[in-house]
Design a protein around this ligand. Structure first.
Ligand code: NAD
Ligand code: IPM
Ligand code: MN
Length: 386
């Protein structure tokens, strides 16, 4: 069989709870597909690593992530017990992203099940067609560089170079072609629109951003419609008219962090939003190392109760199969299995939803249900329909 090597870093608080369910998904695929073998290396990062090793992430974990594995599945890090002063649990993630060079952070926002539309705080007619991807620059901007942190003065240098912007713009263009206007990624419709979000009216690095993105699209993606939108008004329009941004929203690290959490508000919960941080342009069948993690954090307010929604982590595992392992067929099946499980409540009142989606199912029940439906699909059976 083909062996795929994955580094598993669950992190803190709900991280290990959701990771357990994602690992079960790998096991289900392995059981049903004798030609696929997952070699999982389990290690630690975040507050748990600070407690054990005195550092948020060890050099050895960074090395394994870069040199030994095909991809990294990450949970979430941080919590009140460690605070925010540096070095904090969160810095493990920043170091890992930079070490791997995972500059392209893809954060899709859509309804993985139509039955979730009613969970959005927005009116169904406004939100039902939402299907956009936030492409967040992940290795630069205010997050990196020499910080100044004194008693009474602090500064984060918010800088970008032309090559950093160019490579991000190229991923945006490629994603727009792949996604297509129909958003189905079937490759037979014209490219989706790309919205570049910046603050070119205020920030110098945003003016460079806008200039470089424009040039890349003129020269390399003449077939892709590029629009610019100031990040503050984009944020407002995301509430009043989110489907307007169907396609790709490409933006810098800080704006992308904010807008991707806002996408959780549009959809109704962070509990279903996955992400992929890639080192290059994604293409099915093309291997490319990456870090896969939910958009959400360690949710200390609900950790330890077994009630966190594991869907974002499970869908992150699906993105891992698609982008880093070239196992698109299995990735699609995971997404379909999640859809079926979320729909189950609607269809049969099975209650397979967590509290953030108005249900009462616990984390393990949801993971088990996804694996059961996925197992049936892999068997070639028609799957459970409630
Ligand atoms: P959060 O994303 O952890 O939680 C925000 C809210 O959403 C909370 O009410 C939480 O209960 C809820 N929520 C999040 N994920 C959920 C899920 N899967 N199911 C159900 N409800 C869910 O954001 P926060 O509270 O601002 O941050 C908590 C900690 O997580 C902080 O230390 C922060 O730095 C860290 N963080 C880590 C990551 C990461 O590791 N990738 C990402 C974001 C935040
Ligand atoms: C995210 C998180 C991280 C970020 C933190 C935990 C470093 O909020 O992945 O969205 O700001 O990038
Ligand atoms: Mn965030």
């Amino acid at each position: 069989p083909q062996t795929y090597h994955i580094l598993v870093l669950p992190g803190d608080h709900v991280g290990p709870e959701v990771m357990k369910e994602a690992v079960k998904v790998f096991e289900t695929i392995e059981q049903k597909r004798p030609n696929i073998n997952f070699k999982l290396t389990h290690d630690i990062a975040g507050g748990c690593s600070m407690d054990k090793h005195g550092t948020p992430i060890t050099d050895e974990v960074l090395r394994i992530g870069k040199e030994d594995v095909d991809a990294i599945l990450f949970g979430s890090v941080g919590g009140p017990e460690w605070g925010h002063s540096y070095p904090n649990p969160e810095s493990s993630l920043l170091r890992l992203r930079a070490h791997i060079g995972a500059f392209a952070n893809i954060r899709p926002a859509t309804f993985y099940s139509k039955s979730l539309i009613s969970r959005s705080p927005l009116k169904p007619e406004i939100v039902s067609d939402v299907n956009f991807v936030v492409l967040r620059e992940n290795c630069g901007g205010a997050y990196y560089g020499e910080k100044v942190e004194k008693e009474d003065y602090a500064m984060d240098p918010w800088g970008y170079s032309t090559p950093e912007i160019e490579r991000c713009a190229r991923v945006a263009g490629a994603l727009a072609r792949k996604m297509g206007k129909d958003g189905l990624g079937l490759g037979n419709s014209p490219p989706a629109t790309v919205w570049s979000a910046d603050k070119a009216n205020v920030l110098a690095n945003s003016r460079l951003w806008r200039k470089v993105v424009s040039r890349v699209f003129e020269q390399e993606f003449p077939d892709v419609e590029l629009k610019h939108q100031l990040a503050d008004s984009l944020s407002m329009l995301l509430m009043t008219d989110p489907a307007r941004f169907n396609g790709v929203i490409v933006t810098d690290n800080t704006f992308g962090d904010m807008l991707s959490d806002q996408a959780g508000g549009v959809v109704g919960t962070l509990g279903v939003l996955p992400s992929a941080s890639l080192c290059g342009i994604p293409g099915e069948g093309t291997k490319c190392n990456g870090i896969y993690e939910p958009v959400h954090g360690s949710a200390p307010d609900i950790s330890g109760k077994g009630i966190v929604n594991p869907v974002a982590e499970i869908l992150s595992a699906a993105l891992l199969l698609r982008y880093s392992l070239g196992l698109n067929e299995e990735a699609v099946m995971i997404e379909k299995a999640v859809e079926k499980v979320l729909d189950a409540q609607e269809i049969g009142g099975l209650g397979l939803r967590s509290g953030d989606l108005g249900g009462s199912a616990n984390t393990v029940q949801i993971g088990d249900a996804v694996c059961r439906v996925l197992g049936d699909m892999l068997d070639g059976a028609s799957g459970a329909s409630g």
